[in-house]
Design a protein around this ligand. Structure first.
Ligand SMILES: [Fe+2]
Ligand SMILES: [Fe+2]
Length: 505
């Protein structure tokens, strides 16, 4: 039995306290963006029925695209509730969702950001509601001094430390108001740091009389479920994960890239592995761009950004045309830097071969039923300084935290610009099978609750700018993942012929 996207969708509805009819699920799976429509459905009030029906899906589809009539006949057996394990045809590539869903609406930036944070709060609060750890859950406005243990879910607006005892004071916001709560510095609740703009659930001891702060007894994060549905391919197919090509830079590692091309063409050693590769994923910074940092022109071999994408197209055409190539932009690419970033504009996309899926940053897609969340990783620049003990050399520690928060870039107002879109496209839902990032130009692999965390390697050698900032890259590694098991093989192309570094992670 092959588990795949179908299981992920059933689990997605379960996580949002809904069951889905078989026919409704089939209809969803026949859509190009099944997750977008599914999210519309979980965002609708349940109207007393926990079951998602074919009619509900049809209605959601009609709202998204009024021009497309539905001619699907509904038969009795389609009304069965979908169960994990129902057989489904395995599809090599399916786009599930792009983080960027159209430009911001309205001219009032403050209102737009407020809508963004409401969307974040609702999406993450939905994942935590109903947990026994958050018993007696109340809106902030309903907290009363003298009540027994109570829980709230809030967006962390501010974290400060008290002057004398160094306790933490959090300001938590929900739809109804704002509350300050105290986290004693030696309590288990203070074990993991709090990041501004993340969403947490807290169990509170309310004060006997008003005027004192509620005390946090325990913290709950959105998290990845311990037992979750997983996607695996039915037969052994592989995907190669790369990042940060920086085409156009003088430091692009053309020789290592040549070796990678030879490998994927099946020339030389590891031809048995190459033969099973169907997909190549590139997690952003496809080109070096122009004007990204001071005096970048000194580091450029191609000073024109359009020419850089033409060269990217030539490089990607060197790979076998049978491969599907998925690319998302990064902060060096020629799209708006605010996240979520849209996919490359058509004029630049035109330079790339037809086997390229050019997607937004981040994007969620399934490779042979294995759900991949690809995010470039600009937020490492904010998360690493904010998380005690985090370091550029161990990006997967930060990726674990992203999964615990179920958010890729929570912090607002620092180095990662956030686009004020009506929906927060940086929320991680569903939990993927593979989370891939780049940006930090190192290489890392780890696992967290069954999710494979990959920080894919760069194809750019160290630049003057990186030397200055004390970043030593780990370039020219290909992460080759067996999609039937999620086993990882790392191939190192940094010194000629590929060297197999073993099944790390
Ligand atoms: Fe980069
Ligand atoms: Fe980057």
């Amino acid at each position: 039995m092959v588990e795949g996207l179908r299981e992920h969708l059933v689990a997605y509805f379960e996580a949002h306290h809904r069951l889905v009819e078989s026919g409704a699920l089939q209809l969803l799976l026949s859509q190009t963006h099944p997750l977008l429509v599914s999210r519309d459905l979980v965002e609708q009030p349940a109207n007393g029925s926990p079951v998602v029906t074919v009619e509900m899906v049809e209605r959601a589809l009609a709202l998204r695209a009024p021009a497309i009539p539905s001619t699907r006949a509904v038969t009795a057996e389609l009304r069965d509730v979908a169960r994990p394990g129902d057989v489904r045809r395995e599809i090599p590539f399916e786009l599930l969702r792009e983080g960027f869903e159209g430009p911001p609406v309205g001219a009032d930036a403050l209102a737009a950001y407020s809508t963004l944070f409401q969307s974040r709060y609702r999406a993450l609060a939905r994942l935590m509601r109903g947990r026994p750890e958050l018993a007696n859950l109340r809106p902030v406005s309903a907290l009363r001094a003298g009540d027994g243990p109570t829980s709230v879910i809030g967006l962390v607006r501010e974290v400060r430390t008290t002057a004398k005892r160094h306790h933490l004071v959090l300001t938590l916001d929900d739809d109804t108001g704002s509350v300050e709560v105290l986290v004693p510095q030696d309590s288990p609740a203070a074990a993991a740091s709090f990041l501004t703009d993340e969403v947490v659930g807290v169990r509170l001891q309310l004060p006997r009389e008003s005027g004192r702060l509620p005390r946090v007894l325990a913290v709950e994060r959105p998290e990845v479920p311990v037992a979750r549905s997983v996607g695996r391919s039915g037969r052994r197919r592989r995907a190669v994960f790369l990042s940060d090509l920086h085409i156009g830079s003088r430091s692009f590692l053309a020789e290592s890239w040549g070796q990678l091309v030879d490998f994927l063409r099946g020339d030389g050693p590891h031809a048995d592995v190459a033969e099973e590769v169907d997909h190549v994923v590139v997690a952003g910074d496809l080109v070096d761009g122009i004007g990204v940092y001071p005096q970048q022109e000194r580091d450029l071999a191609i000073a024109d950004v359009v020419e850089q994408y033409a060269e990217l197209g030539r490089r990607l055409r060197e790979l076998p045309a049978r491969l599907s190539i998925v690319v998302v932009p990064g902060n060096h690419d020629a799209v708006c830097p605010a996240e979520p970033q849209p996919a490359l504009p058509d004029a630049l996309r035109a330079a790339l071969p037809p086997n390229v899926h050019s997607l937004a940053n981040p994007s969620t897609f399934a490779l042979h039923g294995v759900v991949v969340e690809a995010y470039h990783g600009r937020s490492f620049d904010d998360l690493i300084p904010a998380i005690p003990g985090a370091s550029y050399s161990r990006p997967t520690d930060v990726m674990r935290r992203m999964l615990q928060m179920r958010h890729l870039a929570p912090i607002y107002g620092d180095r990662t610009p956030l686009a004020p879109l009506p929906r927060d496209g940086l929320v991680v839902d569903p939990a993927p099978d593979i989370l891939v990032t780049g940006h930090v130009h190192t290489y890392g692999a780890d696992r967290y609750r069954g999710v494979l965390l990959l920080n894919a390697s760069t194809w750019q050698a160290e630049t003057e700018y990186q030397r200055m900032r004390n970043i030593s890259p780990v370039p020219a590694r290909a992460a080759v993942v067996d999609l039937s098991t999620l086993d990882l093989t790392t191939l190192d192309f940094s010194s000629g012929e590929p060297v197999r570094l073993g099944a790390a992670g």
